[in-house]
Design a protein around this ligand. Structure first.
Ligand SMILES: [Zn+2]
Length: 203
């Protein structure tokens, strides 16, 4: 690509750093922004700067928050006895949308995947165990997609929690969701949480 403007070229390069945005799409976006009269570039730049600096990980559950502790963890009307364990922040959003769960969350930030070099210590299992040790948690609801990695993760966590008096449930498998929780429709995901079943370890 031959650019008449170095600034435009840099903007295109920056935009194409985003996943799924190729050079051509980046150019289209950059030209759109150059020709726009509504200060879109400034608004986007400001939002992205704040995103980079002001979004934090909740120190309790690892959800994203503007504060040290997220709004779910500080909400006293949400009982601490139920903890829903999910893979990602997007799963929290999907489950919140169903309005079928009123407890708290724990975001693992991934699943155990030996093939991709992700071990138990690479995800937030240690802080989950710490939360259970505090004694307020009565039920752990595993809302993790039933992939091999997901099953491995649930199995590992269940072993780690075996000596604690905590009930472990998994969301219902009878209903199909396309792999990732976020792709399940609200009704299906909501039902799979309310009709959760006790976890039975394969061995
Ligand atoms: Zn939190």
């Amino acid at each position: 690509m031959n650019f008449s403007s170095k600034v435009l070229e840099e903007a295109v390069q920056a935009l194409s750093l985003l996943p799924g945005v190729g050079k051509k799409s980046a150019l289209r976006l950059a030209l759109h922004l150059v020709q726009d009269n509504n200060n879109k570039s400034e608004k986007i730049a400001e939002a992205l700067t704040r995103l980079a600096h002001d979004v934090k990980e909740c120190s309790v559950c690892h959800n994203l928050s503007d504060h040290d502790t997220c709004e779910i963890c500080t909400n006293s009307s949400r009982p601490q006895r139920q903890l829903c364990v999910v893979e990602s922040v997007r799963d929290v959003m999907a489950i919140e949308d169903t309005q079928q769960f009123n407890g708290r969350y724990h975001v693992l930030g991934g699943v155990i995947s030996p093939l991709e070099g992700v071990g138990p210590s690479d995800i937030h299992i240690d802080t989950l165990i710490e939360r259970v040790k505090m004694g307020t948690v009565e039920e752990i609801i595993m809302a993790i997609s039933p992939t091999i990695e997901g099953e491995t993760t649930i199995y590992y966590i269940s072993k780690m929690l075996a000596s604690f008096e905590v009930k472990i449930s998994i969301i219902a498998r009878g209903v199909s969701f396309g792999g990732d929780l976020e792709y399940a429709d609200e009704l299906t995901l909501g039902r799979s949480i309310t009709s959760r079943i006790p976890y039975q370890s394969p061995s």
